[in-house]
Design a protein around this ligand. Structure first.
Ligand code: DON
Length: 586
């Protein structure tokens, strides 16, 4: 008799939505799971709690889009370094043929009978008061700290608008999708060792750049197992639950952002917030051998950089060279160099700048470019000032979702650097991005990832900054085969490229494609960066060929879902071992 009485007593202490039957996750006890094989659906994200939230939504009858939204919102709470409502990102999704899989009761919207690929751009925008030279001093010298830290570094956030654009394809009531995030913020969750380390390393910046000390600032050092409670964030999420996107872009949340801007001399205005819209764009779709690659168009690099790299290697017998053999790494590095040189010169927001996409991705152009690759020796990236690659900072985040109906969602979202510009909107509890640094603040001046740019990516009010984020889905005969993406600044596009060829050419399983060492070349600086564990023999041979090879910290945190062959739905889901990333499903 005693046991039920205690249980009832405990239930009565819990918030009303947290009945034990419904509680999807235990925020005070959870574990990291790297790999799972599923028959109903899977979610891979940077945090175990966020992945569990997503799967709980699938179990409640949500489709992949429902689960992706819930996961994205949970990440904004449990993974504050990158998960966000104060940043932006991109969503690529494949909605399967079956209308039942995507039909939301009470709406007329159905998936087309042929299935549908969608691309949602919720990248931040330059505020209306932004100017091309806003990060230069009176002598025209760059002041990079201004585009990286503090209020002036923030672009107009896009995430909440993006979530409501995604929601058109969801099925469950929005309140159900956001409630787990509200509960995690309101009641707290225990942090991992990695989160404790990240929070500790940013204490100085939080103190420096905030007008009101946020909950992330703590007297003693954070340690694994500490509980992080975010009441202000919970209140903001409740306003979004009750008022939709207006709960963020207008009303009290907008007022709190404006007050924060005033205290910190930021330039985001009420009109910037009210005018922000996410854009549903035509996804970039191109064939690769027998597969179809679906990726994000500009201002993502997917449209040009990923496509160029894939199309250039497609013509070569890559598989016969062997994974991370000298021949394979030589070819892939040279292809990366060529694509990133074009990125620096030509790419930016197409709504503002005419990018010659057709030419850059045409067969004839790529064939000509391939002729520039020297046989058996290193190419050279000359005549442009070198940038410095950031060795750390994996503070964008990616999530993959699939459901048994064949819907899949691939979302990469970011604050840019870890904890964005370090400014928490006082009273609203969320961090603002430092995405303005992704613009080219001056031609020839590298951004924090060493990327260079020109006019194409110069600051213009209302313009979206160029991004490396490349959420991608691969279709095999019209059905989802792979869901792929990663954070990692400029290494994102090369990591997605390598993951795809690892699976499609080198026939790797998802686990190896995620976890085998990666390498990266971005034209400038003229260096092949390799991860620890990269084969020493290949590295030595590359040096003999004239490559400047440098080992760096880990590259990206790639998430992959791969559908397995068979008449019944089955998939393997893998979270990157480089972080707390977790694959969940059932
Ligand atoms: O959009 C971009 O390309 C960058 N803001 C991504 C930043 C990132 O991946 C941070 N993690 N390393």
């Amino acid at each position: 008799m005693l046991r039920p009485a205690i249980t009832i007593f405990l239930i009565s202490l819990l918030p009303t939505r947290y009945t034990l039957a419904q509680q999807p996750v235990n925020p005070y006890s959870y574990h990291i799971q790297k790999k799972t094989t599923v028959t109903h659906g899977a979610v891979v994200s940077a945090h175990p709690l966020a992945s569990q939230v997503g799967v709980s939504i699938l179990r409640q009858g949500g489709n992949a889009v429902d689960a992706a939204i819930a996961t994205q919102l949970a990440l904004a709470v449990v993974y504050p370094a990158a998960g966000n409502i104060g940043g932006g990102g991109f969503c690529v999704a494949h909605l399967a043929k079956s209308p039942a899989a995507t039909h939301k009761p009470g709406t007329a919207k159905t998936a087309s009978p042929a299935g549908k690929d969608i691309a949602i751009d919720f990248r931040e925008k330059a505020p209306a008061a932004a100017t091309r030279d806003m990060y230069l001093d009176a002598n025209g010298n760059p002041q990079p700290n201004l585009s990286v830290n503090g209020h002036l570094a923030a672009g107009v956030p896009g995430t909440v608008a993006g979530i409501f654009s995604e929601y058109k394809y969801a099925r469950l009531p929005f309140a159900k999708l956001i409630q787990p995030a509200i509960d995690l913020a309101e009641n707290g969750f225990v942090i991992t060792a990695a989160e404790a380390r990240d929070l500790n390393s940013s204490q100085g910046a939080f103190k420096n750049y905030n007008t009101v000390q946020p909950v992330f600032v703590k007297g003693a050092a954070w340690k694994a197992g500490d509980t992080l409670i975010q009441k202000d964030l919970a209140a903001t999420l409740r306003r979004i639950r009750d008022q939709g996107a207006k709960g963020f872009y207008e009303g009290q949340t907008a007022q709190l952002i404006l007050q924060e801007m005033k205290r910190g001399k930021g330039i985001i205005t009420a009109a910037d917030l009210k005018d922000y819209t996410a854009k549903e764009r035509q996804p970039t779709i191109f064939p690769y051998k027998d597969y179809t690659i679906v990726t994000m168009p500009l201002p993502s690099s997917g449209e040009v950089v990923l496509r160029q790299m894939m199309k250039m290697v497609e013509t070569q017998p890559l598989a016969s060279y062997g994974f991370e053999s000298v021949k394979a790494v030589h070819l892939m590095t040279e292809v990366e160099r060529l694509a990133y040189a074009d990125r620096a010169q030509y790419l930016g927001d197409r709504d503002f700048y005419s990018v010659p996409v057709d030419q850059l991705t045409s067969r004839a152009y790529l064939q000509t470019r391939m002729k520039e690759i020297p046989a058996d020796k290193a190419g050279a990236s000359k005549d442009v000032r070198a940038g410095v690659l950031s060795p750390k900072s994996e503070e964008t985040t990616h999530l993959d979702v699939i459901d048994a109906a064949g819907n899949a969602v691939s979302i990469t979202t970011t604050l840019n650097g870890g904890y964005g510009c370090k400014v928490v909107v006082a009273g609203a509890g969320f961090l603002l991005n430092n995405e303005m640094d992704d613009f080219s603040i001056k031609p020839g001046v590298p951004n924090m990832y060493g990327a260079l740019g020109t006019e194409a990516n110069a600051i213009v009010p209302g313009k979206r900054m160029l991004s490396s984020m490349t959420p991608t889905i691969v279709l095999d005969k019209g059905k989802v085969y792979l869901v792929v993406g990663t954070p990692g600044g400029t290494t994102i596009t090369t990591s997605v490229f390598q993951t795809l060829v690892d699976i499609l050419d080198f026939q790797m399983d998802a686990d190896n494609a995620v976890n085998q060492p990666k390498f990266h070349h971005q034209w400038m600086p003229d260096v092949v960066y390799v991860e620890p564990g990269f084969p020493a023999a290949t590295r030595d041979s590359l040096k003999v060929m004239g490559y400047n090879v440098a080992q760096r910290g880990s590259i990206g945190r790639t998430e992959v879902i791969r559908v397995l062959p068979g008449s019944q739905f089955q998939a393997e889901a893998v979270g990157d071992s480089r972080g707390d990333d977790t694959a969940e499903g059932y």
